[in-house]
Design a protein. Structure first.
Length: 344
């Protein structure tokens, strides 16, 4: 049985309040033009990426790439469009408001099944950040310990956790589930015995309150939900100009991801410096969260490096889809030819 993941209280990450920040913030990258090495003017092509949520260190690869000028190096004037509770990222891309977007693999599968015409191109996190979170004195150290206890979760988590519990041999009907959303306050107050969350969010918000936290990652049980999946319209890949832009965008993001993984503290600082004032981010939380996301981005890396989706990864994702009952063929859901062009 996997050893539960226990984070010491001194580690911090993205506080829950940061996720609830207002999404209406202008997130523009470089403006209109730049100069080449020989001093001549270079016109940049304006392009947008739709984020899945409000900017934070989960998106640090893209933010670092924008702030360090990696998109400009590719001839792109990038704008990062914030997501949020009222923004459906797949609809923004499918509708043409952004050339590229960021989704979870589950959201991509459901969107494609609904006829959005979107395909996956690459994935930042091919090891899930999802975890069961509890307090150290609860006595809960593995999923089976939840039997007879209350588990707080969001409505969107229930379709995923029911198959997970069955996978690990736990009857989900033996767990009292309470819909509390993503706020960890219900756990801190004792309303529930555990909550569903992500490693870089709820555990750290609780640790910042001085509580000792135990996190049980779903990945330890072979249950991987992908996030940070870059998507585009399939039709865009048939257009030479748009395909070239998408290839360049992936290359820029890859450079940002490599920098963030190599120095997550610096990446957290960049995210904070860029959006902290507008979104009320906490510097310590962003830096600690960046370290966690950096670790996750480096899990399951094959010989081709960060963001690259290989056939083994698609097979793992297919197993997840089959387990949770998502009717999708991962080999058709992703177009891997673009990453080969981008990353060579």
């Amino acid at each position: 049985m996997p050893v539960p993941f226990i984070r010491p209280a001194r580690r911090t990450a993205l506080a829950a309040g940061a996720l609830l920040a207002v999404a209406g913030v202008a997130l523009a990258g470089c403006a209109g033009g730049t100069t080449t090495d020989d001093g001549s003017a270079q016109t940049l092509t304006p392009v947008s990426i739709q984020l899945g949520w409000t900017p934070n260190v989960e998106n640090m690869a893209t933010i670092v790439a924008a702030e360090k000028g990696y998109f400009a190096d590719e001839g792109i004037d990038i704008t990062l469009l914030p997501g949020g509770p009222d923004v459906t990222a797949d609809a923004q891309v499918a509708g043409g408001n952004a050339l590229m977007g960021v989704l979870s693999a589950e959201a991509l599968a459901r969107s494609a099944a609904a006829g959005s015409g979107l395909v996956g191109l690459a994935a930042t996190y091919q090891t899930t950040s999802s975890a069961i979170v509890t307090l150290a004195d609860s006595g809960i150290t593995e999923p089976s310990d939840l039997v007879g206890h209350t588990l707080g979760m969001s409505q969107t988590d229930q379709p995923v956790y029911d198959p997970f519990f069955r996978l690990v041999g736990v009857d989900p009907d033996q767990i009292e589930r309470v819909m509390v959303g993503s706020d960890p306050a219900a756990l801190a107050s004792g309303e529930v015995d555990a909550i569903t969350g992500t490693l870089a969010n709820q555990p750290v918000a609780l640790e910042q309150q001085g509580l000792d936290v135990v996190s049980i990652p779903l990945a330890d049980y072979g249950y991987d939900r992908w996030s940070g999946v870059f998507v585009s319209r399939a039709s865009s890949l048939q257009d030479d100009e748009e395909r070239s832009l998408i290839t360049s965008m992936l290359r820029a993001v890859r450079h940002g991801a490599e920098d963030a993984a190599a120095d997550p503290e610096a990446a957290g600082q960049i995210v904070y410096d860029t959006y902290g004032a507008d979104l009320g981010l906490d510097l310590d939380a962003q830096i600690a969260g960046a370290k966690i996301w950096a670790e996750l981005s480096e899990e399951n890396i094959g010989e081709h490096g960060l963001l690259y989706v290989d056939e083994a990864g698609l097979a793992r994702l297919q197993t997840f889809f089959d387990t949770v009952g998502i009717d999708a063929d991962t080999s058709e859901l992703f177009d891997l030819s673009v990453e080969d062009e981008a990353f060579e």
